[in-house]
Design a protein around this ligand. Structure first.
Ligand code: KG4
Ligand code: ZN
Length: 335
């Protein structure tokens, strides 16, 4: 991939993280993320209106901090990239309007970035990942497997038929009386729990490249209703986490065997999960598949991955107009 010869500003506001990053070629000069998790905690999930308002408040301070940490001023920035799809429309609009304003005021070229493509290519910020490879994208809104032929050429292999993996973490955590966001809460609660104590359903029969988590989520809820105070929350969390880790691992490695590649990347917020990482690395080694999982700050939503795609697209001559739109839904690699 060729990169833009000047520092690129990345902007991400598609969900509940306000993030601005400065990237110089492949080097992350800064990647400031202001999470709204505390705000949405009280509602147990993301409230779109509140998210949009919070982005408006956070944007300029986050921008200032990103420039400061990178040791640059706006004079050094050569281009701008912003997530414009898919995501919460109100939230996306804040970032897109802000990016347009910056580009207009400074006369800079800018591009709209697909949030999922940014996740898919994020491992390249840290490593020379071989192409083609398979990417497992697991986040709060997505659980998808892609055949990544080359940068920009993606084929959708399979995905969730109902809830996303992160969503299953969030909803099951809620059922277990654990706080939002559910992923880190379940991971913590599962420490010391017995992952085999409560047998839980895997959703679909293997082998498959599809996922279904709604049955698992319901099973956790039933467990809570049936056992009440007698429920061992640590073991319920561990049992849930173990099923998710096993399902994700088996299906990602199955996808590798179907398309015949021996490299897998795992991206998105759920890739932060320790049980998943351990299981994947172990099983992949047995199946002679090499795995890249980016560091935590690149797994969860961040603007460095947006600036990364922007820098490459700007270098290839792509330019957006001031009428760049936002899209709530936009799939990647589907025919
Ligand atoms: O990629 P991300 O930051 O935002 C989206 O684009 O959705 O992913 C957020 C999701 C949430 O559902 C959160 O519960 C989950 O990632 N998550 C985790 C962990 N850390 C975050 N899930 C499992 N284990 C974790 N350690
Ligand atoms: Zn994301």
């Amino acid at each position: 991939m060729d990169y833009f010869p000047q520092p690129v500003l990345g902007v991400e506001t598609s969900c509940d993280e306000t993030s601005v990053a400065v990237l110089y070629r492949r080097e992350v000069l800064s990647n400031v993320v202001s999470s709204q998790a505390q705000l949405h905690k009280r509602w147990g999930g993301i409230v779109p209106e509140a998210a949009a308002r919070k982005h408006t408040e956070a944007f300029l301070p986050v921008l200032e901090q990103a420039l400061d940490e990178a040791g640059v001023t706006m004079d050094d920035i050569g281009g701008v990239g912003v997530t414009n799809r898919p995501g919460l429309i109100g939230a996306l609009s804040v970032g897109v309007s802000a990016a347009k304003a910056v580009a207009f005021a400074r006369g800079l070229p800018f591009v709209g970035v697909h949030h999922l493509e940014a996740h898919v290519l994020s491992p390249l910020l840290e490593e020379d990942v071989p192409f083609p490879h398979v990417c497992l994208l697991v986040s709060g809104g997505h659980t998808e497997l892609f055949f990544v032929r080359s940068p920009g050429v993606y084929e959708y292999l399979g995905g969730t038929l109902d809830d996303a993996a992160g969503e299953a973490f969030d909803k099951s955590a809620r059922a277990l009386g654990l706080p939002y966001p559910g992923g880190p809460a379940i991971q913590k609660a599962a420490e010391g729990g017995d992952p085999e104590r409560y047998p839980l359903p895997r959703g679909l029969e293997d082998p498959t490249m599809e996922f279904s988590f709604s049955g698992l989520k319901t099973a956790v809820l039933r467990l809570v209703q049936r056992l009440g105070d007698r429920l061992d929350v640590a073991s319920a969390a561990a049992s849930f986490q173990s099923v998710v880790a096993s399902v994700l691992t088996d299906r990602a490695l199955y996808a590798c065997s179907v398309v015949g590649v021996s490299h897998l990347t795992v991206v998105g917020g759920v890739a932060a999960n320790r049980a998943l990482r351990e299981r994947l690395l172990q099983q992949a080694e047995e199946e002679r598949v090499s795995v890249t999982i980016p560091s935590l700050r690149l797994c969860t939503d961040n603007a460095a991955m947006i600036a990364h795609v922007a820098s490459w697209r700007l270098a290839s001559g792509e330019r957006a107009g001031y009428d760049l739109e936002t899209l709530a839904v936009d799939s990647l690699g589907r025919r």
